[in-house]
Design a protein. Structure first.
Ligand code: GSH
Length: 202
């Protein structure tokens, strides 16, 4: 058994991000399908969220901390740009995803459409302008650079991709993605990566 253990159920956007980071680095890990807010997960994360990760004595919660640790503690291709400007842009996109994109796209649209038995159409409709704005900005970035932080894959792509993948699966994906050709082309390119196929198939 690997001494890296990632906790959290597979459909979670943030669990997918961490799995992709681990697989991009070639790190062997055990995946335990912990549920958020379960007693076990509350013991690992003060707010009961997923994912969490342990590596021997290192016990981490929060996806940004986990993915940065994975990139910095293990061999394998760098997932953070060396160039200061690109690295800052990576941080900007991760921060923007967590603060402005996750709520409208994942919490409001995807969870209502995919998880909730009777979706609240008002919640979905209210989230559409913010979701459209976010996807438009991602589209502009991907028109300028092949990946969110520049010329190479970075953690920023791994944070944003799972949400975009979900958007493409729900009816709202039609209007949200119809004018976002750079986003759909990037998402298509990303699908060819083993890490993406493993995480998104789960
Ligand atoms: N800030 C946390 C957010 C994690 C998060 O919101 N995870 C979701 C699943 S994608 C979750 O645990 N939701 C259940 C809950 O909030 O109780 C991180 O970056 O890891």
């Amino acid at each position: 058994m690997s001494d890296v253990i990632l906790y959290g159920v597979s459909p979670s956007s943030y669990v997918r991000t961490c799995r992709m980071a681990l697989d991009e680095k070639g790190v062997a890990y055990t995946h335990e399908a912990a549920m958020p807010q379960s007693p076990e997960q509350l013991a690992r994360h003060p707010w009961g969220k997923i994912p969490t990760m342990t590596h021997g004595d290192v016990k981490l919660y929060e996806s940004l901390a986990i993915t940065r640790y994975v990139d910095e503690a293990f061999d394998g291709p760098a997932l953070q740009p060396a160039d200061a400007g690109d690295r800052a842009r990576m941080s900007q996109w991760i921060s923007a995803f967590i603060d402005y994109m996750y709520a409208p796209i994942v919490r409001s649209i995807i969870i209502q459409r995919v998880v909730v038995e009777t979706p609240d159409e008002a919640v979905i409709a209210a989230a559409m302008p913010d979701a459209a704005k976010a996807i438009g900005l991602v589209n502009d970035q991907l028109g300028a650079t092949p990946y969110l932080a520049g010329q190479a894959l970075s953690l920023a792509d791994l944070f944003v991709l799972p949400a975009i993948n979900y958007v493409a699966m729900v009816p709202e994906g039609g209007p949200l993605l119809e004018n976002a050709g750079n986003v759909t082309a990037w998402a298509d390119r990303m699908q060819s990566r083993d890490s993406v196929q493993i995480a998104l198939a789960a």
